[in-house]
Design a protein around this ligand. Structure first.
Ligand code: CO8
Length: 258
């Protein structure tokens, strides 16, 4: 499919989605969100794709939901259209891993989009924030929920109530991002991580994503039971036999997604 607001490149099992609205700091309007979800869904359906990366420009991953688009909307408009409900549900259904490669601003919906990915790799110049308070509103796609789980109540309250930005260094310290790299190396690092994941057994990869995400939705004992059952199910795969045999034979495994 041809896209207007994102650039999609599929290479070597990795689907890279670059948000491309340079005039608006990559603000997320309905078209961008629809296109990102569509590209991820197409990646899920494409046998060649094993991992996706969402990125932006050096200056902005995404500076939030599109304020121009939202500014004239009433309560009835946003409530009856369930504003951001559809993209949120679509993002949650993506089964293959998604990495956010963040450079520059990841604010409001941009920070929330990054948090909806499976992990975040940040450039040293990345800035994260939930500044919706400055607009007289609040986060609407996970900024009060996911951020709190990532960084704890105190920092989440600080970010959401004051609207201050977090540097990449602080974000890594707080557990929001998994790695911080020099801006020039961001895509190399993200591609390297994606390639590593792409080499693994697809079943194990999907199972890990599902199981880690389950930890956000359930109690510890239910989550541990879910994990154990999924772990057991992987013994039905040829990839489990291959992975363990390869270890014992001191060679690299050749996973075949079987
Ligand atoms: N929406 C629309 N346009 C934007 C946005 C945005 N979020 N951010 C920047 N722009 C536009 C500016 O209006 C400007 O356009 P123009 O040149 O036509 O005037 C252009 O991008 C460049 O921006 P600036 O001149 O402001 O650039 P600066 O380098 O001075 O500042 C900042 C960069 C700090 C990023 C600044 O633009 C800023 O503060 N932006 C708004 C950040 C913000 O408040 N984000 C939260 C938005 S609300 C939200 O996200 C609600 C989330 C609910 C769920 C979302 C699901 C996706």
């Amino acid at each position: 499919m041809a896209f207007e607001t994102i650039i999609v490149d599929i290479d070597d099992h990795v689907c890279t989605i670059k948000i491309n609205r340079p005039d608006a700091m990559n603000a997320l309007n309905q078209v961008v969100l629809h296109e990102i979800c569509t590209a991820l869904e197409e990646g899920d359906a494409n046998e060649k794709v094993r991992v996706s990366i969402i990125t932006g420009s050096e200056k902005a991953f995404a500076a939030g939901a599109d304020i121009k688009e939202m500014s004239e909307q009433s309560f009835v408009d946003v409530a009856s259209s369930d504003l951001f409900g559809a993209p949120h549900r679509r993002l949650q259904k993506i089964r293959k891993p998604v990495i956010a490669a963040v450079s520059g601003y990841a604010l409001g919906g941009g920070c929330e989009l990054a948090m909806a990915c499976d992990f975040i790799i940040a450039a040293e110049n990345a800035k994260f924030g939930q500044p919706e308070i400055n607009l007289g509103v609040m986060a609407g796609l996970g900024g009060t929920q996911r951020l709190t789980r990532f960084v704890g109540k105190s920092k989440s309250m600080d970010m959401n109530l004051t609207g201050r930005f977090m540097t990449a260094e602080e974000a890594e310290r707080a557990g929001l991002v998994s790695r911080v790299v020099p801006a020039k190396k961001l895509m190399e690092e993200a591609q390297g991580a994606a390639q590593k994941i792409a080499e693994k057994s697809k079943f194990a990869t999907l199972a890990i994503k599902e199981s880690v995400n389950r930890s956000y939705e359930t109690t510890l004992s239910e989550g541990l039971l879910f994990e154990r059952r999924v772990f057991h199910s992987l013994f039905a795969t040829e990839d489990q036999k291959e992975g363990m045999a390869a270890f014992l034979e001191k060679r690299e495994p050749q996973f075949r997604d079987k």
